[in-house]
Ligand binder design. Structure first.
Ligand code: HGY
Ligand code: MN
Ligand code: MN
Length: 396
């Protein structure tokens, strides 16, 4: 008989959805009002569960058990137009397992909701600072796409900020997350045990041409920055074929055209260039192709080219012993309906792996949709993920 309380778990999950809810989705970016309100509510639920809530300087919120403990959790911030389960599922499941363990005299379980996993200020920023991958002073200098710097944004934490949380109190970290891809849903499977998390690179690129009149400037005389981006994107598609596999991905997700007016030839575009792969060497080869095509296009079209700092997360394999516990738990909860699979999405677990053994498990995303208001998972699958997490954590 599982000691976790599925109704209580689902009630809290739906309650968390209410902070920043817009229709079926959620808008709860790091340090926004709904994000802070959600974290204050989570801190209260942690205290009610007998855990000691503690914010660190980044706004990572921990619910600490006494003594050595297994850490469970994820993040509660969302993409600018986010799904209601991305991150939230792992935080609430962790809370429920920690509560159930205390109620049943089980092992010590601590809980965490990392801050800015969704990268308003980069990517997995809160866990990157906590794990030592990124200095707080460097994180503070990062600006979001509206020009707000993290050091300013996190001032909303005010007196919540407590002492740093020592990672040595934790014996390991397990993160439950939605798959955010199509594999489990398409196969009718319920659980994914993660083998490894892909690596990622991201940089901001600026192409600068000549702003001009859209009616009087002959096509042959234009230095149109948007046309430069367009030519880059099309040529990149072709040139990447030489170095990638079907699992490699690259995305131009954020584009700012200046001055962004119908009758003005764009003088400048600033865009995000992001790519991911499971192999570190292939990530490097993809970078060479990207920078070569950028240089070619800028040269051909007489455009200025500026490439910003490179953000890096390396591919990481999950801890074998923790993964085996997840595999056994998956077979017990969803016999024959689970698989071992890589994660194409990034997660805080990548940073936490610098400090301790980590492992992850997935539940299906309906239609494989995520980072969108349509993101959803069947309740039965949410509860199955909770039960696998509890079992792997020794809470049964
Ligand atoms: O982009 C990612 O993979 C994560 O969901 N932020
Ligand atoms: Mn996530
Ligand atoms: Mn996400």
């Amino acid at each position: 008989m599982a000691v976790v309380d599925a109704s209580r778990f689902l009630a809290d999950l739906y309650h968390l959805r209410g902070f920043g809810r817009v229709g079926t989705g959620v808008i709860r970016p790091a340090y926004s009002a709904p994000d802070i309100e959600a974290r204050d509510w989570l801190a209260g639920r942690m205290a009610e569960a007998g855990l000691v809530p503690q914010f660190d300087a980044m706004g990572n919120l921990f619910g600490l058990a006494e003594g050595p403990s297994l850490l469970l959790g994820s993040h509660s911030d969302t993409q600018p137009t986010g799904g209601w389960l991305d991150g939230a599922l792992g935080v609430i499941a962790a809370l429920e397992v920690a509560r159930a363990s205390r109620e049943s005299g089980g092992p010590a379980i601590s809980v965490v909701s990392f801050q800015d996993e969704e990268g308003r200020f980069g990517g997995t920023t809160g866990s990157a600072v906590w794990s030592g991958a990124l200095a707080l002073a460097d994180a503070d200098a990062v600006a979001d796409t509206d020009g707000v710097i993290l050091g300013e944004a996190r001032k909303v934490l005010g007196s919540r900020i407590g002492p740093d949380v020592n990672p040595r109190q934790f014996t390991g970290f397990i993160e439950l997350h939605i798959e955010q891809g199509p594999a489990l849903d398409a196969a009718g499977e319920q659980i994914g045990v993660v083998s490894d998390i892909v690596g990622y690179r991201e940089m901001m690129v600026t192409l600068t041409g000549q702003q001009n009149h859209a009616g009087t400037t002959p096509m042959a005389l234009r230095r149109d920055a948007f046309q430069g981006l367009s030519r880059f994107a099309v040529r990149l598609e072709d040139r990447m074929r030489n170095v990638v596999t079907p699992q490699s991905v690259w995305t131009i997700g954020h584009v700012a055209v200046a001055p962004n007016a119908a009758s003005i030839v764009p003088g400048q575009v600033r865009f995000s260039m992001q790519w991911r792969d499971g192999d570190k060497d292939r990530l490097a080869r993809m970078r060479c192709v990207i920078e070569a095509v950028l240089a070619d296009v800028a040269g051909e079209m007489e455009l200025g080219l500026e490439i910003g700092p490179l953000m890096v997360l390396e591919p990481v394999a999950m801890d074998r012993a923790l993964r085996k516990r997840l595999e056994a738990a998956a077979e017990a909860v969803a016999p024959g309906r689970w698989r071992l699979m890589p994660s194409g999405a990034l997660h805080d677990a990548t940073n936490v792996a610098r400090l301790m053994p980590v492992a992850m498990l997935f539940v299906p995303s309906i239609g494989g949709i995520s980072h969108a208001f349509e993101e959803d998972t069947a309740e039965a699958d949410l509860v199955a993920g909770l039960r696998v997490l509890a079992r792997a954590a020794g809470v049964t």
